[in-house]
Write a protein that binds this ligand. Structure first.
Ligand SMILES: *Cc1c(COP(=O)(O)O)cnc(C)c1O
Length: 387
């Protein structure tokens, strides 16, 4: 089946209890035990026991995510849905690393990933990380140590939209006997399926495009069942950052329109990026769909679209520009129906790894929404005029 069909049907079925054509929200915390529960482990994740071990709505969402991530050919692939994207990232690090282990990670990542790898994991668990430019597979190779157990990349990366060659980095990781995890939140399964390119684990913040409506938080890790079962038993059951049934239901509902939305996000972002790039009032525009993007060719070759995320700066006061916007909302998060923009200064703690123009001007991280792109351009234009 194709993505549009999978997005509609995967994980849904007629509810056998009621005949309803939508699976219901199952809010119960616990499930009836078998007649003889004496052989059951309270940490069992395969028998319905307790919603922290796995609930009905989590399971249906996991089915949808595993099918989307594998383009319908699920094989042994499973998904673990957790309370947020960061809970999913922590679950990967917590499950597959122990004291003394080493991680090679992209030096451009979501802020919590950066904090986990540079402060919290070293301080609390004695796990160290080397941050490199993962768009260069040789830089990843050079950072590998005998104790490297995991390579972690984010592609396209937040905020610079830097692209990593997943296939090349997977080869480097596997040669070293390490796992490769890919945070593919910006791409979604519609634009790239890292498992098919050799990654072992894919992480998504479901809060972003997968849900797409800005009204629920969630995260997921997807990979071979042998790996996701370990995440389930270690991080889900015993750390407990589980997704609520209601959030799982909302994300299931949002994901129905994911392919439609991604097509619109990509088309509108391309139109808006080209308009920004041609405007002399704009200092720079970074978008993988522009030929000036450093990995434009790689993105064109390895992705099925350039996404809805970009970064730019105006020649002037970024905050004053943002305050002039009327349609585009100044707020964090991304991948929502509405366009969101956030100003980040050039002296941010992570800026060392950002392109020089990000440090010089700061940047506006822009999540192009589902509005008519003509209205977005009109809004950007009037805010520039008012500057
Ligand atoms: C937002 C985001 C996360 C964190 O997800 P939450 O759901 O906010 O915890 C992780 N990675 C990327 C690339 C993100 O954009």
């Amino acid at each position: 089946m194709h993505f549009d069909t999978l997005s509609v049907h995967a994980g849904n079925a007629v509810d056998p209890g009621t005949g309803a054509v939508r699976r219901p929200i199952v809010a119960a915390n616990s499930y009836a035990l078998p007649a003889d529960p004496s052989t059951l482990s309270w940490s069992d994740v395969d028998t319905p026991i307790y919603t922290r071990n796995g609930g009905a709505n989590q399971g249906w969402l996991e089915e949808k995510l595993a099918l989307l991530e594998t383009a319908g050919d699920r094989g042994n692939v499973d998904a673990v849905a957790l309370a947020s994207g960061v809970a999913a990232l922590h679950a990967v690090f917590f499950t597959f690393l122990r004291s003394g282990d080493h991680v090679v990670s992209s030096d451009v990542t979501y802020v919590a990933t950066h904090r986990l790898l540079t402060e919290l994991l070293p301080d609390k668990y004695g796990i160290t990380a080397t941050l490199v430019d993962s768009s260069d597979p040789e830089a990843v190779r050079a950072a590998i140590r005998p104790e490297t157990r995991l390579v972690h990349v984010e592609t396209p990366a937040n905020p610079s939209t830097r692209i990593t060659d997943v296939e090349a980095v997977a080869a480097v990781a596997h040669e070293a006997g390490a796992l490769l995890s890919v945070d593919a939140t910006f791409a979604t399964p519609i634009l790239q399926r890292p498992l098919a390119l050799g990654a072992d684990l894919v992480v998504h913040s479901l809060t972003k495009y997968l849900n797409g409506h800005g009204d629920a938080m969630g995260g997921a890790v997807i990979g071979d069942r042998a790996l996701t079962d370990r995440i389930r038993t270690d991080a889900q059951v015993n750390v407990g950052g589980v997704l609520s049934p209601f959030a799982a239901w909302l994300i299931m509902r949002g994901a129905v329109t994911l392919p439609l939305r991604m097509r619109r996000h990509c088309a509108s972002a391309q139109t808006v990026a080209e308009w920004l790039a041609a405007d002399p009032r704009v200092a720079y525009t970074t978008y993988p769909g522009l030929p000036t993007h450093p990995q434009h060719e790689l993105a064109a070759r390895t992705m099925d679209g350039f996404g809805g995320m970009m970064a730019f700066a105006v020649r002037g006061d970024q905050n004053a520009f943002v305050a002039n916007l009327k349609v585009i909302t100044s707020a964090v998060s991304l991948g929502h129906d509405e366009s969101l923009i956030v100003h980040v200064a050039g002296d941010d703690e992570r800026a060392r790894s950002w392109p020089a123009e990000f440090r010089e001007w700061g940047h506006l991280r822009f999540s192009v929404g589902l509005e008519d792109p003509r209205d977005l351009i009109t809004d950007l234009d009037q805010a520039l005029r008012a500057l």
